[in-house]
Design a binder for this molecule. Structure first.
Ligand SMILES: [Fe+2]
Length: 186
């Protein structure tokens, strides 16, 4: 089973490197190379959530579980991020700003065992296209909850301040939809 205290300590130690995101990527790669060990430590994903494993000014470590079929609107982080999957799949769509607004600039499918580093200027949206929960470890080189940043409305793509409560509601709504669907089809 993954030792979470050691994992957090290793990530904190990586902050002393000149490129902490590269060191953190290696730590996360080692962890998700044994997905069942991560799942044993974090619990089998049973509902979508933004779980907090560590939160400080210079480092935030989240256990993000994506509900089947859910998607979050485009947003930025304004800090580096490392994302590792220990279950399911996370489809990332990347965007760039343009005079006409936000434009799609590529995408990346992350599957179990995959790890990605996102630069601090990255704008992305995320979807779980599968009918199973996706389990991820997200590590941010800063205060994920206290840093001013942007999100874009899903339909109008209007930029607005990122709102953590709104993001949590996306997870709550997705859980409600999923469990209602499961109840209908069981
Ligand atoms: Fe994100």
């Amino acid at each position: 089973m993954l030792n979470l205290d050691q994992f957090v300590a290793d990530c904190r130690a990586a902050l002393g490197y000149s490129t902490p995101e590269v060191a953190v990527k290696e730590i996360v790669e080692r962890a998700v190379a044994s997905p069942s060990e991560v799942e044993a430590a974090l619990g089998t994903p049973r509902e979508g959530k933004i779980g907090v494993l560590h939160h400080d000014r210079d480092l935030t470590i989240l256990n993000v579980v994506w509900t089947p079929g859910m998607a979050v609107y485009p947003h930025d982080h304004r800090m580096w991020a490392v994302i590792g999957l220990y279950g399911g799949r996370e489809d990332n769509t990347f965007y760039r700003r343009s005079p006409e607004g936000l434009q799609v600039a590529g995408g990346k499918q992350l599957e179990t065992g995959n790890v990605a580093v996102l630069g601090q200027a990255i704008i992305h949206s995320v979807a779980n296209p599968l009918r199973v929960f996706a389990g991820a470890i997200h590590i941010y080189g800063g205060d994920f909850f206290g840093t001013s940043r942007s999100e874009w409305d899903r339909e109008t793509l209007q930029e607005q301040p990122f709102d953590v409560a709104r993001a949590r509601k996306v997870f709550a709504d997705a859980n409600e939809r999923w469990f209602a669907e499961c109840a209908r089809t069981s």
